[in-house]
Write a protein that binds this ligand. Sequence first.
Ligand code: ADP
Ligand code: TRP
Length: 329
Amino acid sequence: MKKIVLSGVKPTGHSHIGNYFGAIKPAIDFTANDENLCFYFIADYHALTTLKNKQEMIDFSYDIAITWLACGVDPQKVVFYRQSDIPEVFELYWILCNVTPKGLMNRAHAYKACVEKNEEAGLDRDAGVNMGLYNYPILMAADILLFNSDVVPVGLDQKQHVEIARDIATYFNNKYGKVFKLPDVEIQKETATLVGLDGRKMSKSYGNTIGLFTTAEQLQKSINKIVTDSRLPSEPKDTDCALFKLYKLFADKQQTAEFAEKLKAGLGWGEAKKQLFEVANKVISPMREKYFYYQNHKSEVDAILAEGAQRARTIARKTLDKVRKAIGV
Ligand code: ADP
Ligand code: TRP
């Protein structure tokens, strides 16, 4: 059945393999079905809540655009755009602000985490919180609802945001009649939360990532930093470890089964890391080539995004017309 699929990534840094397996790859897998209509974008106005440096905004926005393309977004098939090129998003955002209860935003995880941190530190509960951060989930609801999305593939940390988008759509529909579809979140069980080098959730904010598009040498270096236990070569090792979980993502079933056997038979961690590098690099190398190609051909990226914005705006305009009519403006 035809589905409208939508996802965005904030340009707040270089992508890591948690972003790839948690959000980018599941999104791209939806494009294999020609029936689906997919909208993927660079959520630059979402990044603005934390990113206040002009040059970083420019560089990271290209980086995320190029990452999507390198990972397999086909701009002929996918409506691929930059959020800030679609003014309709921000008009819808304002309308949605007016059906969203403030209490719903008070309960959003990112805001709540800031408040808790401030309270622990004995600061004002809203210290360092700007309205962009506070209203972030409403902007995300606008992204999602503007294109009548059925499915939103994201990592587990974004689940609540999609649920909030459903709530906001429901508030609007109850007040003005049914305009919006209720979107579903799509989370891959296996890759909902990838662990990083230190065993915590892999995240830019923890500095524990394995970069997606580094050089092969840097990839090997990151893999060498994965924390393992002190078992010696020849001692049997179980498969409940970060290293094995990562191997499984890059390898096929047979390779994974063989690797598990080798670990049980006592494969040393050093050798295991080399083997992880081999499978990871095999998957990443062709994408890396594309990534460096587009880094050197940014005008092609500009053209792709300009075309994507046009297509997106045509569709967005239709939803916004319906919404304006419903509210009487
Ligand atoms: P980060 O936490 O590194 O700043 P983002 O917040 O930019 O990552 O996340 C971009 C997308 O990647 C989101 O859909 C998010 O859910 C997903 N994602 C981020 N980290 C992970 C992870 N460790 N495992 C699975 N998915 C992740
Ligand atoms: N909030 C998402 C993140 O931090 C990015 C994002 C913005 C998004 N708008 C979206 C994801 C709409 C899915 C759908 O990763």
